[in-house]
Design a protein around this ligand. Structure first.
Ligand code: F6P
Length: 542
């Protein structure tokens, strides 16, 4: 199908720094934002002094339920005036029109002339009588691919002779499936092991291959383009290893032991893989987990679980598409990100999932945020005078508390922290979960309250912001919703910043230079190189 649907001109948007709201926000920041004190904010408003805790009104205003996710935003450095000006900023920038353009299938990825329709991957099939949509045909393709992919997943699940599934892919073709398979390990089919190989460093593949029996292994080669050098060399080495292990008759077994997940079906066929599951150029790599790229997860949790995962994401899509902006969680989070980046000047955000199964969530969200919004020009290519994507980083709690939280509490920089916690544990070990949840609340409290001490070293300045996202349980549906929430919040800040969140030209230069350097490493030719590169290349060859 063509990259963009023919659905009319893109809506006009205004760059954020050219809106009246931006100027008002600057003035509000100078007057009240800079000196805002969370402790004071919680000390003043009381809904009903007789029965409410201090700050009850603030908690009511700055918290909300969204599908599968309850969010407490009240411990952030924001007041009602700032939030209302941010909402105005969104209106004046044309955020909702831009969002609607995405949901209508317009080519909002303008540098590649592509629609951005990852939401379609979890959109239920059209029913008779539904309003005709421009992406009607694309949705039919989504459902037909989903059916064959889920049937294949069930077939692999039923096949006891396959014990190991190896996903070979990188970036969006690795981080999402790896994060989700780990997150939902509780729901995984027994008797199958999942491995993820991404790095061009052969130590990784060699380490995995050494644990495998070729006859019992399924390799999934995941690559949107089927040209990414890391994935291609890993796939080639895996295929050579498989052929060497099987010996005579290996060729006839490739169809059973290798499958490709890609938009480039011809590339996969040329590589020698005939079992393929496709997707489309309107799915960005970092937005592809719910396409065929999710096959490892579908094998792990089964077709029914995968459908619940999609349904959770769809519920969040609908919330983002239809909830009023003032109670729309992705919009509120995205606007908070803009407030912190462009007015407070915070250049980083930390993420602390308080659930060990969410250990790869920070890495996954790092690509989502930083590859989407790590841009220095607006949609027309003009250099931006303001900051864009923050550095996103983090580790599961409570581990982080014993590593870098020192800096969050007492360092010279303020780093907004986002906690993700899960109300109900799925294990029955007594005492653990209570302690885990107590730590989330205590850390958020400590960051906010601080502690005075004349001695200095024990002084905690406090007034440090945090957000708490709470899931009832970590399930396929709640994980799907959490992922869609993060996708849309990145959409919101990117739209306010007037950038194209859906291309990634910044990864190209390094790829091109690596080809040149690889040839030079082989030949020893250092002509024309800077002295540092030449010197180190020679050291590596010596
Ligand atoms: O690093 C750039 C990038 O294109 C990512 O956007 C993408 O997720 C990754 O490489 C892998 O690409 P592919 O799925 O085409 O192998």
């Amino acid at each position: 199908m063509t990259a963009a649907l023919n659905v009319g001109a893109l809506p006009a948007t205004t760059r954020c720094d050219r809106t009246p709201a931006w100027t008002d926000l600057q003035a509000h920041f100078a007057a009240a934002g800079k000196g805002f004190d969370l402790r004071q904010a919680f000390s003043v408003d009381v809904l009903d002094a007789a029965k409410d805790n201090l700050g009850a009104q603030r908690f009511a205003n700055f918290s909300q339920q969204a599908p599968h996710v309850f969010a407490d935003l009240s411990k952030n450095l924001i007041d009602e005036q700032a939030e209302s000006l941010l909402q105005k900023l969104a209106q004046q920038c044309g955020l909702e029109a831009h969002r609607d353009a995405m949901f209508a299938g317009q080519p909002i990825n303008t540098t590649e002339q592509r629609a951005v329709m990852h939401f379609l991957l979890r959109q239920p099939a059209q029913q008779v009588g539904d309003k005709p949509q421009p992406w009607h045909d694309a949705l039919a393709q989504v459902h037909s691919t989903l059916s064959s992919m889920l049937a294949y997943a069930e077939q692999v699940r039923a096949d006891e002779s396959i014990t190991d599934i190896v996903n070979i892919g990188i970036g969006g073709s690795d981080l999402g499936p790896q994060m989700a398979v780990l997150a939902l390990a509780e729901f995984s089919i027994p008797g199958k092991r999942f491995h993820f190989v991404s790095n061009v460093d052969g130590h990784e593949l060699a380490g995995v291959l050494s644990q495998l029996d070729a006859n019992k292994t399924l390799f999934l080669v995941a690559s949107k383009t089927f040209t990414t050098p890391e994935t291609m060399i890993n796939a080639l080495s895996a295929k050579r290893w498989f052929e060497a292990q099987i010996g005579v008759g290996a060729a006839s077994k490739i169809a059973r032991h290798f499958a490709a997940l890609t938009t480039n079906l011809a590339g996969a066929q040329a590589f020698g893989i005939s079992t393929t599951f496709g997707f489309w150029d309107w799915v960005g790599g970092r937005y592809s987990l719910m396409s065929a790229i999710g096959l490892p997860l579908a094998i792990s949790i089964g077709a029914a679980g995968f459908k619940e995962f999609l349904a959770g994401a769809h519920a969040m899509d609908e919330h983002f598409r239809t909830a009023p902006a003032a109670r729309n969680l992705p919009i509120r989070l995205g606007l908070l990100d803009v407030w912190y980046r462009n007015f407070h000047g915070f250049s980083s955000r930390s993420l602390a999932p308080y659930h060990s199964a969410l250990q790869r969530l920070p890495a996954y969200l790092q690509q989502l945020e930083m590859e989407s919004n790590g841009k220095r020009v607006d949609r027309s290519g003009a250099a931006l005078p303001y900051g864009t994507a923050p550095v996103l980083w983090g580790e599961p709690g409570s581990n982080g508390q014993h590593a870098y939280f020192q800096m969050l509490h007492q360092g010279t920089d303020v780093v907004p922290l986002e906690f993700v916690a899960v109300k109900n544990a799925s294990h029955s070990l007594p005492g653990h979960h209570e302690k885990l949840l107590a730590n989330v609340l205590a850390q958020a409290q400590a960051l906010m309250l601080g502690q005075s001490d004349a001695g200095g070293h024990r002084h905690f300045p406090g007034n440090r912001p945090s957000t708490l996202l709470l899931l009832d349980e970590l399930t396929p549906a709640s994980l799907g919703a959490l992922i869609a929430l993060q996708e849309h919040r990145v959409f919101v800040s990117g739209a306010i910043w007037s950038i194209n969140s859906f291309d990634q030209w910044g990864v190209e230069l390094g790829k091109v230079l690596a080809k040149d350097v690889e040839a030079r490493l082989a030949s020893g030719d250092v002509n024309g190189l800077d002295a540092s590169t030449a010197g180190m290349l020679q050291k590596m060859r010596a």
